[in-house]
Design a protein around this ligand. Structure first.
Ligand code: FMN
Length: 368
């Protein structure tokens, strides 16, 4: 089956992409004291040279004292960290790529195995990371207001540095998602509520502030997931109607692109249709969507964290869905982490040179 639809250009506001392939955001923890190094810049530059359409950075945290649980995860604030990011985007642009940082606040977390802890307790909607696990404080209205401003400041700084878009990390059980999930948001103020639609309030306030900072023409993406790392099979939205009630407020607040995170892109979202999350999100909102999850690999990413290896897999099912118009863009994680030339190998049909994925790839920033 032809991959030609993956190699059509794509344009939306500030995004002018040479193809439909997005490097998925992947935390690498190679930025000591939150400062991206020259090697981090070289790692992203190599992916731009390898013709990735849009690079999304690893999650990079906003200016809140407990936005991170790991001293080696990059900051998106402070002169030194922003200078590091400036080097990243300049090198990506020089190599012909486009890029956006994934702006992140982790919310309530487990303590990192290194023993490092932030200077103040973690913060979240109700102090909970998952049912029965509390590890931090419940955010006050002032905490919420300051956090919203910090998201906006990071977006403004990204635009100032010349990044082509930003992505808000609203998925995978971190702060924004902790507001979405009824099990971690027990609030009785305007940021809580019985319905998922009510629990979008924090996300929509963040999006509005970001939009205010960056203006109308700058592309803003939000990453979302139904699943939680604590509950792989969880669905925030149990029906298409609930999904519409979740996504429409986000779109009304000003996001341009919905990045729909699944572990396996081919899994249907609801009974009675083979549409996946990105397919439903596009159908319900008419917005640009990104799919992701085990594209080109046999195994999924939590398995990889547990040490499982994956082999290269056919792109036929992806192409079938792409050709049908289910989604606009395709994010690829581990294959591009392990091989900066994955895109050019797909483009030129060099499939025998594809590498698969094994856990050794986590240990370094692979440059060739
Ligand atoms: C090492 C690693 C780090 C990740 N870090 C992030 C992250 O910072 N933000 C995020 O939204 N997803 C993160 N993910 C999830 C990926 O973006 C992606 O959704 C997942 O790996 C599935 O894509 P894949 O099957 O192509 O690898 C990470 C995945 C991996 C393997």
């Amino acid at each position: 089956m032809s991959t030609q639809n993956l190699f059509r250009p794509f344009q939306l506001k500030t995004l002018k992409l040479r193809n439909r392939i997005v490097m998925a955001p992947m935390t690498r923890s190679f930025s000591p004291n939150g400062i991206p190094t020259e090697k981090v810049a070289a790692y992203y530059q190599k992916r731009a040279e390898g013709e990735v359409g849009l690079i999304l950075s690893e999650g990079t945290v906003i200016d809140r004292p407990s936005s991170s649980n790991d001293a080696n995860i990059p900051h998106f604030y402070g002169q030194q960290a922003l200078a590091g990011w400036q080097r990243v985007i300049d090198q990506v642009h020089a190599a012909g790529g486009q890029m956006g940082p994934q702006i992140w606040h982790m919310g309530i977390m487990d303590n990192h195995p290194s023993g490092w802890v932030p200077p103040v307790p973690f913060e979240g909607p109700s102090g909970l990371n998952r049912p029965g696990f509390t590890n931090g404080s419940t955010m006050t209205q002032k905490d919420i207001d300051d956090t919203i401003l910090a998201f906006g400041k990071a977006a403004a700084d990204a635009q100032k540095a010349g990044f082509d878009c930003i992505e808000l990390h609203g998925a995978h059980g971190y702060l924004i998602d902790q507001f979405f999930w009824e099990a971690t948001n027990l609030r009785t103020d305007a940021y809580g509520g019985k319905t998922l639609a009510e629990r979008t309030r924090f996300a929509t306030d963040v999006i509005r502030e970001v939009r205010k900072q960056v203006g109308e023409d700058f592309a803003v993406i939000i990453r979302l997931s139904q699943f939680k790392p604590a509950e792989y099979t969880h669905k925030l939205a149990k029906t298409p109607q609930e999904m519409a009630a979740w996504l429409e407020p986000l779109v009304d607040a000003g996001v341009d692109v919905l990045h729909c995170s699944q572990r396996r892109f081919w899994e249907p979202e609801f009974d009675g249709s083979d549409l996946n999350f990105a397919g439903w999100a596009k159908k319900l909102t008419g917005k640009t969507t990104i799919t992701v999850g085990s594209v080109g690999l046999t195994g999924e990413f939590f398995g990889a964290f547990a040490g499982e290896s994956s082999q290269p897999a056919s792109l036929d099912e992806l192409n079938r869905r792409m050709d049908r118009g289910d989604f606009d863009l395709v994010a690829v994680g581990r294959p591009i982490l392990a091989d900066p030339n994955w895109v050019t190998k797909i483009k030129t049909g060099r499939t025998s040179e594809l590498k698969g994925f094994s856990k050794e790839a986590f240990a370094e920033l692979i440059l060739d």
